[in-house]
Design a protein. Structure first.
Length: 94
């Protein structure tokens, strides 16, 4: 990611807006790949297919994370029409 200034004392912040499409989501994760140090994520959010079952989806995300680097995961399903939502939080220290 490019710094907002030449000295590296500021950063750019980006927002993304996508239409709500059933079964499709976008996510930003902390890291882009393995490395030493691990490089931070950059670019547009990743597309992901979303299961109808929040627990199954959260579990699949959790299991996809590198076991040495995962700490916690927050997943929220929101019904756009009603505003109702359901949350799942997984923490390795639970």
């Amino acid at each position: 990611m490019k710094s907002a200034d030449a000295e590296g004392t500021a950063c750019n912040r980006y927002t993304f807006s996508y239409p709500a499409l059933k079964g499709l989501g976008h996510f930003i994760h902390t890291y882009v790949c393995d490395g030493n140090p691990i490089p931070t994520f950059q670019g547009e959010p990743e597309r992901v297919a979303i299961d109808n079952d929040i627990n199954a989806f959260a579990s699949s995300l959790w299991e996809a994370l590198d076991k040495d680097n995962k700490i916690s995961l927050y997943v929220r399903y929101t019904d756009i029409a009603s505003g109702e939502y359901e949350d799942v939080i997984i923490n390795k220290n639970k």
